[in-house]
Design a protein around this ligand. Structure first.
Ligand SMILES: [Zn+2]
Length: 233
């Protein structure tokens, strides 16, 4: 009976240790997972790149516009200088001026359109940046909480492990072997408490003779239904 009690204590410790280790693993997995933030960061970088290439393209069109304006000035200068008298030449200059003015208008329209697009992209980048900042602040808070949880779990582990290693020396090697193999096959619960004549491992009512044996036997008594070691507190 005494050894069954110790085995039951050992099981409680093992379950606590296992629970702590699982929770540490879970915490570490969550700490390593900042995919959401990385995704937003990538989005923001993409938007900034788009904005920069749009600005470069806009500068190119602005340069083109300046060149066209120069040309218009030159053509207008010649047209209105009074020095060109040849009607054919005058007509040619007028056609040239008209063509340049049409190009100028196209450039101006493109610049306006690009400015509109740029403003929209800038707004999107700002929104994304704000979202990222919010997520980072929230993540910092979560990270601190998780790290504190992990610290507590890590601090609790050595004392449980210490108690386990002491307890193990008080159990016979044979019983420990039976316990370990049952634990592996019964999902961590090798010992089942008996409550009101029932095995809490399988919820079956125990036959009277089995209860009697569990009370009096020197060695472990197994539940005839689930095979766990019965423990009467
Ligand atoms: Zn049982």
């Amino acid at each position: 009976m005494i050894s069954t009690k110790q085995l039951f204590e050992l099981q409680s410790l093992d379950l606590s240790i296992e629970g702590l280790r699982k929770s540490i693993q879970g915490i570490e997995a969550r700490l390593a997972d900042n995919q959401a933030i990385l995704a937003i960061q990538a989005q923001l970088e993409e938007k900034r790149r788009e904005l920069q290439s749009l600005k470069r393209a806009q500068r190119d069109v602005e340069l083109e516009l300046a060149t066209i304006e120069d040309k218009i000035q030159q053509v207008d200068g010649r047209l209105y200088s009074g020095r060109v008298g040849n009607p054919k030449e005058l007509m040619g200059l007028q056609e040239e001026a008209t063509a340049h003015k049409a190009s100028k208008q196209r450039c101006e329209e493109r610049i306006l359109q690009m400015m509109g697009e740029g403003e929209e992209k800038e707004r999107q980048a700002k929104d994304t940046e704000a979202r990222l900042k919010g997520m980072q602040t929230q993540w910092e808070q979560t990270r601190r909480e998780l790290e504190s949880e992990r610290r507590q779990a890590l601090e609790a582990l050595p004392s449980l492990e210490g108690r386990r290693s002491v307890l193990v020396t008080q159990v016979s090697p044979e019983e420990l072997k039976v316990y370990e193999s049952l634990r592996a096959s019964k999902g961590g619960a090798a010992i089942a408490k008996v409550e009101r004549g029932m095995c809490t491992g399988c919820r079956m009512t125990l036959p009277v003779y089995e209860l009697q044996r569990a009370r009096t036997a020197k060695g472990p008594v197994f539940c005839s239904t689930c095979g766990r070691i019965l423990y009467l507190s």
